[in-house]
Design a protein around this ligand. Sequence first.
Ligand code: RP5
Length: 156
Amino acid sequence: MILSKPKIAIVVGSKSDLQIIKGCEKILNEFNVDYDLKVLSAHRTPVETQQFAQNADKVYDLIIAGAGKAAHLPGVIASYTILPVIGLPIKSSTLDGIDSLLSIVQMPKGIPVATVAIDGAENAALLACHILTLKYPYIKELLVNYRKRMADEVLS
Ligand code: RP5
């Protein structure tokens, strides 16, 4: 679907993941990218998760999916949509998020999930913005300015 303004979905597996998503929200607001934030669980609400993912390309440009522990949510969502899915491993267990990271990054071939660092919410949103430049060139300039500000901060 051709959208005139970027819109993405952020999906997390539990309300307990919402705190970490604030990092995504901050970046997306800065880049003027609209988003819907949903809590959907691949194991607690499998039917609703499937329904969401099957219809997502009618509404969104891409999906950020964050989950912890046995974090199959991004992979399951990716299996039902051709939209790019960015997986955000959330540190929510006694294994320090290594379990989430491996569950998300180790997708078997055929259904890729672009995985960012454990609790890498800002990078998940930034990667989303980079992908969105393919369709919304105005975001390019915002990314260039963002990097310039970052460099200035390092050098000041
Ligand atoms: C995953 O299990 C969620 O993404 C969350 O990170 C983790 C723990 O969920 P709660 O037990 O806190 O709801 O499904």
